[in-house]
Design a protein around this ligand. Structure first.
Ligand code: B12
Ligand code: SF4
Length: 464
């Protein structure tokens, strides 16, 4: 019997040379949650996991089972692939439902390009109501199905009321990992990094209001699972998939200290210590006990959104954290034997060369084990987007681009931030070499100086 629903996503790892180089794939947990929930509710669900597949394989799948319902996860990097999947599905008579953060930000655009329904917010309960509604009434008479946007018979876009969020995350079944080839992910990780990794999540939503961050799915709410349920899932993951580590995909893993201590105690009670990486905010790490607990639980690397070394810029972002907190948290993590990964952002509104200089000094001082930079991009429906909306320049048409490609008029061009990257990297590397290789360090300092000079020249004469 064919399934009631085919779930897929637009992330095709081998289509993206950068992703192939990084080779740290995780399956989209949202789809696995949907599958588990809907199966428990009695629906037949199949997942076409695109990660290791080619786009043509997905079209072949559409051709093989013409006329079903397909649900596609969307995020901003997969716009082109999702649009191609929508076209492929429609060509074979499928009804297309989209979910995830990207389609929530652009429902009308996706409906205009072939999607039948866009689900906003959490998908589990909405899909359980939508699937029978689609079967009974078709895609144009979905009035009253909360959490959906669709086109009526006259072609008008209808947005139904929001659906309340699930009150109890423990009532959800665990992600349906058995529906995909999860061991392949673990193997790929192990082959490329020596460690197999699996993702899981202990909470939904983040109440903070960093102006550039997308809250398209969970809003500004925050709900946690119980420590016992998370620990039981971790035990299950370890037993079935034997990963060398896990990734807690939470927005802010240490957001609730009371919960963290309880979870650590639950893991200790079960004798469960699985090494892990996760992300947090510096201000939610400002206790020696938090770092000690993370270390005891098996945290080997903590990622910190540091963003800028300039307090002025952190304040403009409404980050709600200080440069000093990042310094303390970084040093404290290292004291407890936890590596630090740092995320940094160039080009936020109002950033000057002095702010970039402050970031270079800050990273040198913190000396994280690894750091990544991005140039700020305005994601639709964020406070940052709204502030720069009249200056957003889309260099390509909507279909061909993503929110990451947006330029903000009046801001330096990409070459400028390329110089900022070289300035930062050379300066940090130089500092690391100073004691062991003074000549090497001097060469790197020179390279950093040249990058800084190029940045200043670019600022004076862009694109020259
Ligand atoms: C962990 C994570 C990562 C990890 C791992 C990704 C992974 N595959 O697990 C890493 C660090 C690699 C990462 C990278 C990036 N990420 Co990320 N990531 C997350 C994070 C924190 C958790 C994802 C998750 O597991 N959520 C839990 C599940 C349960 O939620 P969900 O996926 O939204 O699913 C629910 C609903 O959306 C809906 N749903 C989902 N799919 C479908 C499908 C259908 C048909 C339906 C009806 C409903 C539905 O129902 C689900 C259950 O309720 C989210 C933020 C967040 N809290 O969700 C950001 C987030 C998804 N990432 C984001 C971004 C921008 C990125 C990057 C582009 C960052 C960058 N500059 O490079 C890259 C892209 C990489 C990639 N290949 O996709 C943005 C996306 C914004 C947008 N509008 O698209 C988010 C929302 C963060 C943010 N707040 O801005 N990310
Ligand atoms: S950047 Fe992190 S802390 Fe800030 S709002 Fe987004 S998820 Fe929350």
């Amino acid at each position: 019997m064919s399934a009631d629903l085919l779930l897929t996503h637009g992330y095709f790892l081998y289509e993206d040379p950068k992703e192939v180089q990084i080779m740290k794939p995780y399956p989209p947990l949202g789809l696995l949650y949907l599958s588990a929930y809907l199966k428990r509710a009695g629906f037949g669900v199949e997942i076409f996991d695109s990660t290791f597949a080619a786009p043509a394989d997905l079209v072949t799948r559409f051709a093989a089972g013409a006329g079903g319902v397909v649900g596609i996860y969307t995020n901003l990097i997969t716009r082109g692939a999702v649009l191609a999947a929508v076209a492929g599905a429609k060509a074979h008579g499928w009804t297309v439902v989209l979910g995830g953060p990207e389609s929530a930000n652009y429902p009308a655009e996706y409906l205009a390009r072939g999607a039948d329904v866009v689900v906003l917010g959490e998908g589990e309960a909405t899909m359980a109501e939508l699937l029978p509604a689609l079967a009974e009434r078709g895609p144009h008479r979905l009035h009253g199905v909360a959490g959906t946007v669709f086109r009526d018979e006259a072609g008008e876009v209808i947005a139904n009321p929001e659906r309340p969020q699930l009150p109890d995350l423990d009532a959800l079944p665990w992600p349906d990992r058995a529906a995909i080839d999860l061991p392949r992910y673990v193997d790929v990780w192990r082959e490329h990094h020596g460690q197999g990794s699996v993702n899981l999540i202990t909470a939904r939503g983040c109440p903070y209001r960093c102006r550039w961050c997308s809250h398209a799915v969970f809003g500004f709410t925050h709900r946690r699972r119980s420590p016992a349920d998370c620990a039981a899932e971790l035990a299950h993951v370890r037993e079935v998939y034997a990963p060398d580590q896990v990734w807690y995909a939470d927005d802010v893993f240490t957001i609730h200290h009371g919960w963290l201590f309880e979870y650590a105690a639950e893991l200790a009670r079960r004798g469960l210590k699985v090494p892990f990486e996760t992300i947090s905010r510096p201000d939610r790490m400002m206790k020696e006990e938090v770092l000690a607990t993370l270390a005891a639980m098996g945290c080997w690397r903590i990622w910190i959104g540091s963003e800028s070394g300039s307090q002025r810029i952190l304040d403009a972002m409404e980050r709600g954290a200080t440069v000093e907190q990042v310094r303390w948290a970084t040093a404290a993590a290292k004291r407890h034997g936890i590596q630090v990964g740092m995320f940094l952002m160039w080009g936020y509104e109002g950033e000057t060369v002095d702010d970039i200089q402050a970031t270079v000094e800050h990273v040198k001082r913190c000396d994280p084990d690894v750091f990544f930079t991005t140039v700020a991009y305005p994601i639709k429906n964020t406070a940052y987007y709204r502030a720069v909306a009249d200056r957003v320049v889309a260099p390509l048409g909507w279909e061909a681009a993503t929110d990451r490609d947006y330029e903000v008029r009046g801001r330096p061009d990409r070459a400028y931030y390329g110089h900022a990257d070289r300035w930062l990297k050379n300066e940090v590397d130089a500092c690391r070499l100073e004691a062991s290789d003074p000549a090497g360090a001097a060469a790197l300092h020179r390279a950093a100086g040249e990058a800084r000079a190029a940045l200043l020249a670019e600022a004076a004469a862009p694109g020259a």
